[in-house]
Write a protein that binds this ligand. Sequence first.
Ligand code: FE2
Length: 260
Amino acid sequence: MKILAVGDIVGEAGLDTLSALLRRVKREHGIDFTVVNGENAAGVGLTPKQADEMLAAGADVLTLGNHTWGKRQIVPYLDDSPYILRPANYAPQAPGRGAAVFDGPQASRILVVNLIGRCDMQFGPDNPFLCADRVLAEYAGQYDIALCDFHANATSEKIAMGYYLDGRVSAIWGTHTHVQTADERINPKGSGYITDIGMTGPIISVLGVCPEQSIAMFRGDLTEYFKTAPGDCALSGAVFEISMDGKCRSVRRVWERYAR
Ligand code: FE2
């Protein structure tokens, strides 16, 4: 089966890009199941309406990250919708869930796990490595293949998680840093891996933000709220081809321009 992971949707521009391109990309690659990271749809966080739009665009599951709580109106949605995950290593009292089993092609059962890193990020989340162990043990026997979106900042933490889960999940990809890395590969025990699948948003931008605003921040000038940059966008992601024994057969980067 073919899994498409789509990188962080940034702002309304990213949402428009997803809505315009996702069905064509899925058709062209013969995609069976799509996971979209949606935590930046509102810049910081996402609203229930934006989550609905991403699902309507063709996402099967939405994953999140450090901006999960950026728009508080998403809180009841996290409990109500079965198609959205927040990091599994958040505190147990946090709303929503961090992993779930979804219907895949040919009656397959797909476990999707969302984790967040701690290296150069918030200190609150639980250890993502030990959390991954717990989640895989909890769902043992209830899934055919497992996928993991690791929303993390440090390349070292992502690469280490890639090897830690090698052979235990069919594919693991990084999100959060918004720049697609060129290290897509199959790890030694058969898991598809890429350090970051990139973002879905404006091409001429600093991680989605207007360059002038980002430069002003780095210069130490007074800045306003960050705005999503104008201009053409790109949908970034990766396609993992997985056989029914759970091994990944190929990983391909996806980068599609959307003229605006
Ligand atoms: Fe993030």
